[in-house]
Design a protein around this ligand. Structure first.
Ligand code: NI
Length: 178
């Protein structure tokens, strides 16, 4: 159990494609636990292994199922499962309907921007026991899981912006770090 330091842009590990996990063993379970502890300590809603310097396809997220991209509760919908631990996640379906979410990232400190993504996605992954799971996510959960999965491919939310806006946000984020 440990709270790990979070890498911030322009650390090159954040831009690397993370490797597939071959076996969900005690090392991966400890990594999941450390990601969970670190996410909670940093007040994040999701965290991917490359953000703590581990280039593996592993992530955690903690978002209620009934929360809109604006952080509002959807009435009549159960909060459902909010905590997910995922190994080797892949998107098996995405809705044509899109939604716009104001995103930020612990690795791009202090910066926020609107990002357009599919409103719903289905994700196949291994859980902490190594079992294959498939879950459909909507609203803020969907935006969050897509954001975290991008980290596994070396992609940051600012990559969805114009090059001018991207460079500006990355420059500002680096200034905060120093
Ligand atoms: Ni992020």
């Amino acid at each position: 159990m440990a709270i790990l330091p979070i890498l911030v842009t322009p650390n090159p590990i954040l831009r690397r494609k993370a490797g597939l996990v071959s076996v969900v063993d005690s090392y991966i379970r400890e990594l999941l636990k450390n990601l969970e502890d670190t996410m909670i300590a940093e007040d994040g809603i999701g965290l991917a292994a490359p953000q703590v310097g581990v280039s593996k396809r592993v992530l955690v997220m903690d978002v209620p199922a009934n929360m809109t991209v604006d952080g509002e509760e959807i009435e009549g919908l159960d909060s459902g499962q909010n905590f997910y631990r995922m190994v080797n996640p892949e998107i098996t379906w995405a809705s044509e309907k899109i939604s716009t979410c104001q995103e930020g990232c612990l690795s791009v400190p202090g910066q926020y921007a609107s990002v357009v993504r599919p409103e719903k996605v289905r994700v196949r992954y291994l859980n902490e026991k190594g079992s294959v799971c498939e879950t459909e996510f909507a609203y803020l959960q969907a935006a969050c899981v897509q954001h975290e999965m991008d980290h596994l491919d070396g992609k940051l939310f600012v990559d969805y912006l114009s090059s001018m806006k991207r460079e500006m946000l990355l420059r500002k984020a680096q200034r905060i770090e120093r």
